[in-house]
Design a protein around this ligand. Structure first.
Ligand code: COA
Length: 104
């Protein structure tokens, strides 16, 4: 489900799995510019796995891959890949907790 005022930047493409929740004011990017040459644009695909929850005001940068059932806390900025079932918080987003799975 995609909630209100969500920004989905499809320039490089965003793969969104099933049962994903993208909350209010979340931003998902798929393009970025070279830090020296603004005309050099990179368009890596961003991947949001099945069951992922991007909570409100979180941001996912271009090319990041978020593993299944992971959760991004409010206001976090995700700059690196997130492992499945991890809950990440902060800027840059880091794992704060790992969800228990049925196998645990
Ligand atoms: C991910 C989230 C659920 C964390 O919940 P939690 O694991 O139960 O965390 P807690 O509330 O127990 O807090 C644990 C610690 O993390 C901190 N924390 C909680 N959320 C945080 C956030 N978004 N960013 C940074 N730190 C955060 C707390 O201050 C606390 O720190 P402390 O131990 O120093 O006191 C919460 O951050 C969040 O994003 N909630 C959004 C709710 C939601 O689902 N929104 C979408 C609705 S459509």
């Amino acid at each position: 489900m995609v909630h209100r005022n969500v920004l989905l930047d499809d320039r490089g493409g965003i793969d969104i799995g099933s049962n994903v929740s993208i909350s209010d004011y979340a931003n998902v990017y798929s393009h970025t510019h070279d830090i020296y040459d603004i005309h050099k644009v990179y368009t890596p695909t961003t991947k949001i796995g099945d069951g992922v929850r991007l909570t409100y005001h979180s941001t996912v940068l271009a090319g990041v891959k978020i593993g299944n059932n992971a959760m991004v806390g409010t206001g976090a900025v995700v700059t690196r890949d997130v492992e499945a079932n991890h809950i990440v918080l902060g800027i840059p987003a880091k794992t704060a907790k790992v969800k228990a799975t049925q196998a645990d």
